[in-house]
Design a protein around this ligand. Sequence first.
Ligand code: 4AD
Ligand code: MG
Length: 478
Amino acid sequence: MSARTKIKALLESGKTDIDVTVKGWVRTFRNNQFIALNDGSTNSNLQIVVDFENTDPALLKRITTGAALSVSGRLVESLGKGQSVDVKATSIEILGDSDPEKYPLQPKKHSLEFLREIAHLRFRTNTFGAIFRVRNTLSFAVHTFFQERGFVYLHTPVITASDAEGAGETFHVTNFDLANPPKTETGEVDFKQDFFGRATNLTVSGQLEGELGAMALSDIYTFGPTFRAENSNTTRHLAEFWMIEPEMAFYDAKDNADLAEALLKYVISYVLDKNKEDLEFLSQRLLDEEKQKPQNERSEMTLLEKLQFCLNNDFERLTYTEAIDILKESTPNKKKKFQYLVEGWGTDLQSEHERYLVEKHFKKPVILTDYPKEIKSFYMRQNDDGKTVAAMDILFPGIGEIVGGSQREERLDKLEQRMDEIGIPKEELWWYLDTRRFGGCPHSGFGLGFERLVLFVTGMGNIRDVIPFPRFPKNAEF
Ligand code: 4AD
Ligand code: MG
């Protein structure tokens, strides 16, 4: 294969009057003369100028939208508008034909819903090219942030026998013939005979195992897929999503919040720097989309302004109790505009409440702390008031909850007492409790939902559009 230059490198080189070979897919072919070629390295197409009078008409016919080409030619300054350079083709090879009658992606605007149905091809659109390059940069930025701070990347298991959140919304993993599983004498499914000798499921969180690592390595993080069988058909939920879960020994709740805020700012700043062109494109896409909406539903800031705003402002920090007071007195609550009215202390916040706080009241990211223990997980550290735990949720504009975390309960007696109250079997989590028996220490951690981060940064409206192949109820295509 001849040496091939990626279009991004070629456009950035600033060179002209050199011979090049480029490879990519045809976006459009105009006047039998101008090919817009894209190879995914950048949002920009490269214009190929074809000497059509001296090109075999049979070859010209095969230059169709979607076809894969190898083009060699001279890189020259462009005479046309809209691009700085062209390639004057001296040879064109069709690597893969694309029947224009059958190719689903026409050079026009397709709806996001339609593109979801052809998720195997949607990478070839400007929007999805930009989204997945941004997603790539964000994941690299996450690793860079933690690696620069001496955190150890820990791979926690995907298959587990524990349900970290105690929510019970797990996918079972089994080797049984489902029509005919072995039964015990009392007629229950006998998991002792299953592959792992016990009932197992896909992980809902790597946190508990992450804590074990932190009790020796000090600072660890996980970054992997997690699975939840909640039947939530929303624009914010997936059945398979990626989560980043750092866990830090000797961190208290404030250290935890500081780290989360620093992480979010770091990765946003990183991607603003590395993917400027993609984010400018996505910002413009959002502006165009919002033109269809009535004025009062449009965003006050462009996507780029919103990202910049996040970097330049401290996140608002307040307790759950303070938030409830604000919500109780809020106009939508008094005018009964909320679907769930906020009446008293103790109830969980709905996403309409979270969004009111972030988008209407504070107009910036919010870190909510110290929730009632009844609505949070057993492992969160109990506060002295006997009512609340050292929990933290970070709420983002347009997203709602993006981070959930807490200081962990390191006191064995308190932890066991809470597990008893909730009915979590202690013998199953003997290994977790061991860290409290042997050299336990104050520690904290949180989980950042990666797709919610990508959603925020790209300005997209549906979480199914920021993961290559989304998994949600009644769908596991591709
Ligand atoms: O708040 P969650 O459930 O917290 C935990 O799992 C803790 N074990 C984390 C920890 O302390 N180590 O989930 C954490 C984040 C949420 O804030 C949200 O961003 C994301 O994960 N998330 C989802 N994202 C997409 N689809 C879903 N179904 C999600 N459920 C949670
Ligand atoms: Mg949560």
